[in-house]
Design a binder for this molecule. Structure first.
Ligand code: FMN
Length: 189
């Protein structure tokens, strides 16, 4: 039996009804159930890592334990799947604050792990701005980006009853992105 990989999955959103959480979980389930990848899926909720807004003066008082906890979750992962909410063309404040605090522990917060990046939104651009920001920036933070995927409008393409993409071209594109991520996991070696 191959060793099971620990996959950390989260939406970069603090919405309890996050559409990006639905997408991230959908992708993780495909990886496990269709690709038969030997994985344990750990879903993080950004609400569990809420901290005061980063400032240099607060940092001088010490980095919060929750930032260490988040950093350690990434370090314990064999791969990371993230789906971004786009707020005004950028990261949600909830994600950016955790990102900023964690990067003060060590800049390369992704610790050279394989990372798959996604985004969806209610609008037609599907969060492409925030996805582009992460695609361009995350390699500097130690992410080995394997693949990316975005689509919109969410309600047109995603069946919320079955939690499945209902547009065949997008379903295929997502599986291609997942295949590239799967191939980078240690269990695939
Ligand atoms: C403050 C704010 C700004 C937003 N800005 C954008 C935007 O720039 N582009 C976009 O596609 N959607 C934007 N939206 C809509 C979000 O994409 C939508 O709320 C989506 O559901 C967020 O993802 P989530 O459900 O995973 O949190 C914005 C929503 C809010 C509340």
């Amino acid at each position: 039996m191959p060793t099971r990989s620990n996959i950390v999955v989260f939406a970069a959103s603090n919405s309890t009804k996050s559409i990006n959480r639905r997408l991230a979980l959908h992708a993780a389930r495909i990886l496990r159930d269709e690709f038969m990848a030997p994985v344990e899926i750990e879903v993080l909720d950004l609400n569990d890592y809420e901290m005061p807004i980063y400032s240099p003066e607060r940092e001088a008082q010490g980095i919060p334990q929750l930032a260490h906890d988040f950093y350690d979750k990434l370090g314990a992962a064999d791969g990371v799947i993230i789906s971004f909410a786009e707020y005004n063309g950028a990261y949600s404040a909830a994600f950016k604050n955790i990102f900023d605090w964690s990067s003060r522990i060590k800049m390369k917060i992704f610790q050279e792990r394989p990372v798959m990046l996604m985004a969806t939104s209610m609008g037609g651009r599907g969060g492409q701005n925030v996805l582009a920001a992460a695609m361009g920036g995350f390699p500097h933070f130690g992410a080995n980006i394997t693949s990316n995927f975005s689509f919109g409008p969410f309600n047109e393409h995603f069946d919320t009853q079955t939690d499945q993409l209902k547009t065949p071209e997008l379903a295929l594109e997502l599986r291609e992105a997942i295949a590239a991520f799967r191939d980078a996991l240690p269990a695939s070696a």
